[in-house]
Ligand binder design. Sequence first.
Ligand SMILES: Cc1cc2nc3c(=O)[nH]c(=O)nc-3n(C[C@H](O)[C@H](O)[C@H](O)COP(=O)(O)O)c2cc1C
Length: 180
Amino acid sequence: QPEVQLSEVASEKILIVYLTRTKNTKAVAEMIHEKVGGRLVTMELETPYPEDYAAIVAQVAQENETGILPPLKTKIDLTQYEVVFLGFPTWGMQLPPPMKTFLSENDLSGKFVIPFNTNAGYGIGSSFDKVEELCPDSKILKGYSTKGGIERDGILFVMEGTKEVEVKKEVNDWLSSLGF
Ligand SMILES: Cc1cc2nc3c(=O)[nH]c(=O)nc-3n(C[C@H](O)[C@H](O)[C@H](O)COP(=O)(O)O)c2cc1C
């Protein structure tokens, strides 16, 4: 348990920033927001990724290989935030390049950093480890991950019906376990 009681952190000090394409990670971000409040921000790129699945997969693979950091349109002054939730899908078994950009251009030292993720069922890959690597002086808390869409198979948004109910419960239990 962290030395700060997270349930007592003021709403103005909580930021939830997330990357989403098919809105599964967005749905989880909104569940977190419902419970902890704070500011909810979706991450936008200067040049949006292609709509076409094969094209985005190819572009992300190239960015991951070369270390290219795609420029973000989203700029956030992090000064006032004490708790930063970072949400992202798994892309190419890694942290998506835009989140690498975000963590490279922002200093999260001294803050609580809490990752969350959706993926097609292959897991988080190296994404949570990469968050630790890019936030060496942050207080990183246990993350949450769940299966989202499988765009390759035409399964896009899945956070509805029983899945939504199940994820909401898991998210609430996870946040409680962190002290929210
Ligand atoms: C470019 C790209 C790469 C992906 N790579 C993986 C992967 O390596 N492993 C995995 O489990 N899912 C992968 N997925 C599937 C997404 O992680 C999954 O559909 C996730 O729920 C999408 O989140 P979103 O709806 O918030 O965009 C990939 C999806 C895209 C678009």
